[in-house]
Design a protein around this ligand. Structure first.
Ligand code: FPP
Length: 236
């Protein structure tokens, strides 16, 4: 645990982050775009550790949307895959020992074979004393997730009187995980970009101009203080 004055009773159970601004961060420094993603991946590691140490149980990050995967240049997508492979290979042992359970939201079956295999391997890894579930959204889109769930429900021939919110939630990638209480978007845009559309119903939304590679654990702590000051009404 890290030293903090945060109220452990009022921590979000699940934080979700749209990691935006990597390329702008690199361009501001006169660096190639790939360096921005590299800095973003390094920062991600710090945020995972911080969240784990402060007592957050679920962290979800948006790494590659269905749109990114289709529309970004093959070179850029390859660079992101390489970073992902580095994380799943080099960090696996550290995650295993320090209680980080890696999980994927999205259809990664469409990825190149070696990326798929590396992901499948880390997904099978048993973690000692699990502290945080770390979800990486890859080839993920909120609408696509809901369409996939509908198809599965139809395939399973679930009668209409059995279909309710709880059941639909069980057909999503996030089944068995609480909905995010807090969604953070660094990078200066005020939109959700098809992220966790079903799950975000009651989430607090936090937007900041800070670019993702500069969104340090210190900034995360400030957001958690902000979160703890909110009165959460949940529709009451
Ligand atoms: C958005 O910034 C970021 C991405 C599309 C990729 C996110 C990837 C990482 C943080 C590194 C890899 C991590 C994993 C887990 C694979 P942008 O490129 O849209 O930046 P911009 O808004 O400045 O153009």
């Amino acid at each position: 645990m890290v030293k903090t004055k945060l109220d452990p009773q009022k921590l979000p159970k699940h934080i979700a982050i749209i990691m935006d601004g990597n390329r702008r961060w690199a361009r501001k420094k006169g660096l190639p775009d790939g360096k921005g993603h590299e800095a973003g991946a390094q920062n991600l590691q710090k945020i995972v550790n911080y969240c784990r140490d402060v007592g957050i149980k679920h962290l979800t990050v948006y790494a590659l949307s269905t749109e990114n995967w289709k529309k970004r240049s093959p070179l850029e997508v390859k660079g992101i895959f390489n970073l992902l492979m580095r994380i799943v290979k080099e960090k696996a042992e550290e995650y295993r020992k320090s209680g980080v359970k890696f999980f994927v939201l999205g259809n990664f079956q469409a990825f190149p074979l070696k990326v798929k295999r590396a992901i499948e391997k880390i997904l099978k890894m048993a973690v000692i004393d699990e502290k945080i579930q770390f979800n990486v959204a890859l080839n993920y889109g909120g609408r696509d997730e809901i369409v996939t769930a509908i198809k599965e429900i139809v395939k399973d021939k679930i009668p209409t009187n059995k279909i309710d919110e709880e059941l639909v939630s069980k057909y999503l990638y996030t089944k068995d995980q609480p909905d995010p209480d807090l969604i953070i978007r660094p990078g200066g845009e005020f939109r959700l970009s098809n992220f966790l559309l079903w799950q975000m119903s009651y989430a607090e939304l936090y937007f900041t101009d800070t670019l993702w590679p500069d969104f340090t654990p210190k900034k995360m702590e400030e957001v958690l203080y902000w979160y703890q000051d909110r009165e959460r009404r949940m529709g009451k």
